[in-house]
Ligand binder design. Structure first.
Ligand code: B16
Ligand code: MG
Length: 224
């Protein structure tokens, strides 16, 4: 029996990846003279803010050029712009299938938690109108390692007292699927199968995500 459900936020509950991309692309262009591509953005998904900045600098051949204080200032500029962009989020920005999935899990009475790398997760959850539904949100500052390490998922499962082996977790990023696997949980990957290899169940998008489909895949994996 599934004892708990853990969700990544960006790319699973709502599509903030486009806002991260917009804010990073502008920072990279204006401050670093680096033009990032959608392929680079794919690498940033699920990564912490500072890991993302390092990935962009590496892509642009500028790794090692900045002091820690300069890196922090650059990340702050990106975050300020990102915060402006997410001001536009409303409940209409929930991804297809997610309102029903959350309602079905709530009806079951099963606990849920958010394992996002984002320090902005509480603000986004509130803007989506989910403040009363998704009350358990891991503070990414409280864990030692970001995705692909298991820490965020382990902390989320601990918040809802759900053992790893019977916890189902949802991710859209390859680093996130790796983190779920490292935590020993059942991984549901949302997106392209080649990017999410290793997930126990892969669906192309959230519209294809139903509780019955997840339950059936979990039961099949544990049959026999
Ligand atoms: P912030 P997730 C991640 O969220 C994003 O996918 C990633 O692009 C971002 O860098 C990271 O959060 C940190 O976000 O700058 O808002 O603290 O996918 O783990 O929900
Ligand atoms: Mg994500």
């Amino acid at each position: 029996m599934i004892t708990g459900y853990v969700f990544d936020l960006d790319g699973v509950i709502t599509d903030t990846a486009k806002f991260h991309y917009q804010a990073w692309a502008q920072l990279a262009q204006d401050r670093l003279g680096i033009t990032i591509t959608p392929a680079v953005n794919e690498l940033l998904k699920g990564r912490s803010r500072m890991d993302s900045l390092h990935a962009i600098l590496q892509f642009g051949g500028q790794e090692g050029r900045y002091t820690d204080a300069e890196l922090t200032a650059l990340a702050d500029v990106k975050n300020a712009q990102y915060r402006e962009l997410i001001e536009t989020i409303t409940p209409a920005d929930l991804l297809p299938g997610i309102p029903q999935l959350l309602a079905d899990i709530t009806a079951l009475g099963a606990p849920m938690a958010i394992a996002s790398a984002s320090f902005n997760a509480p603000a986004i959850i509130a803007r989506l109108g989910l403040g009363d539904v998704l009350t358990q949100i891991v503070d990414p500052g409280s864990v030692a390692h970001g995705k692909p390490a298991p820490d965020l998922f382990e902390a989320a499962a601990a918040m809802i007292a759900s053992p790893a082996a019977t916890t189902v977790a949802f991710e859209d990023a390859s680093a996130g699927v790796a983190a779920i696997r490292a935590a020993g949980m059942f991984a549901v990957g949302i997106g392209a199968a080649d990017l999410l290899a290793g997930a126990d169940l892969i669906v192309p998008d959230t519209a294809a995500l139903t509780l019955s489909r997840v339950q059936a895949a979990f039961a099949a994996a544990h049959a026999g």
